[in-house]
Design a protein around this ligand. Structure first.
Ligand code: NPG
Length: 370
């Protein structure tokens, strides 16, 4: 395959409601879309990096820079052996996994469209629909939180995930457990907001029979998560810490994570995400598909990934209207708590290029060979 051009589109999309995590409030999604033009056709990918380096060290401007300065020149220099060749070719750049993942996704989209194969078939999907959960941000107060959760329950979401932080944990979790009843699937996500000093406090969450607690401590402290996992009954699930299959295997062997959140952007691409799924499946470790407020482009690929057999827990693969009034592709609509796995070639969705133009925050950056 020969890549003729890589276009970077930086767009801004208002969120239907602000999304607050332990690291800040987001009211819009500024997102970088990658459009590749190749000799076999075009493809689109989405970069999950945020506008600020708060969830990870990557952020949109840095992604643009590393693509322009290093990654695109390597891909444009000559023919490449398809999407599978992208990660090995870009390994000379340390880290920057979200940037690499977006490029690989766009190239995979072009390749699979040319081959007439969907992302789901290529990944080895075994389901045609996936169970959906929803991630609920930190609310101004309990009653607003309960109203929001009730809306999602009424819409049919199969699992609720609550963002927590010190000062916003036991009380909201107790209130939502009460609303959902004993059988409702409930989990929490701390986005690194706690330390080992909080173990006794976090043990109090055991009373609420959560599916899991996600990433309570900073990403480098995998050993600390193993200590917590031994001290509490709630399963510990790592997100930010798990940047590759080998790190996942190491964390599993240390007893730091008994469930893994898989996000393609965080691990350097969908192909690495598929490998991670395989490693977890072999070890009997359940996985679920995380979300990063994706547009329809990334959501289509996430839903395909979530259809693999080891994804046994509902993912953060919510319907488009949970995030955006209008999406850059056809919307994903919730049907009895599930989303359909796209069956068309590539991601199976069509990018509304007029909207990409309307929402552009600046002229696209066009990188081409020679
Ligand atoms: O539904 O896409 C979604 C959001 C899921 O909570 C969610 N994502 O830490 O996993 C996370 C969190 C996040 C969102 C992180 C945006 C960073 C940016």
């Amino acid at each position: 395959m020969r890549i003729h051009a890589i276009e970077l589109h930086r767009i801004g999309m208002p969120l239907v409601r602000p999304f607050e995590t332990s690291f800040g409030v987001q009211t819009s999604r500024e997102v970088l879309l990658v459009h590749v033009r190749t000799d076999v056709g075009d493809g689109w990918g989405e970069c999950v990096a945020g506008v600020d380096p708060f969830y990870s060290s990557e952020y949109v401007s840095a992604v643009e820079d590393v693509i322009r300065s290093y990654l695109a020149p390597a891909l444009l220099a000559g023919p490449i052996g398809g999407a599978a060749a992208v990660a090995p070719l870009l390994r000379f750049v340390v880290g920057h996994r979200m940037a690499k993942a977006a490029l690989e996704a766009a190239i995979l989209d072009a390749q699979l469209r040319a081959d007439g194969v969907s992302f789901g078939s290529h990944f080895g999907a075994t389901r045609d629909r996936v169970d959906c959960g929803v991630s609920v941000g930190i609310s101004p107060n309990i009653s607003t939180l309960l109203d929001e959760v009730q809306t999602y329950v009424d819409q049919g979401y199969k699992r609720i995930k609550l963002k927590i932080k010190p000062g916003w944990d036991l009380e909201p979790v107790a209130a939502v457990r009460d609303l959902l009843g004993a059988g409702g699937l409930l989990q929490v996500d701390a986005n690194t907001a706690y330390t080992l000093d909080d173990v006794a406090h976090l043990r109090e969450l055991d009373a609420f029979h959560l599916l899991l607690i996600e990433q309570p401590f900073v990403e480098e402290d995998i050993g600390a998560h193993a200590v917590l996992a031994r001290a509490i009954e709630t399963p510990v699930c790592l997100d930010e810490s798990i940047v590759s299959t080998s790190v996942a295997v190491d964390a599993i062997e240390q007893g730091a994570t008994s469930i893994v959140n898989i996000k393609a952007g965080r691990v350097g691409g969908y192909l690495e995400a598929v490998r991670m799924h395989g490693a977890c499946l072999t070890r009997g470790i359940p996985v679920w598909c995380g979300g990063m407020l994706e547009t329809g482009i990334g959501r289509a690929a996430n839903v395909a990934l979530a259809a693999l057999p080891g994804f046994t827990l509902p993912g953060d693969t919510s319907a488009s209207d949970r995030y955006f009034a209008e999406d850059v592709t056809e919307p994903f609509l919730l049907d009895e708590g599930t989303l359909p796995v796209p069956t068309g070639p590539g991601t199976g969705v069509t990018v509304r290029t007029g909207l990409v133009r309307d929402w552009a925050l600046r002229e696209p950056l066009v990188l081409s060979a020679g």
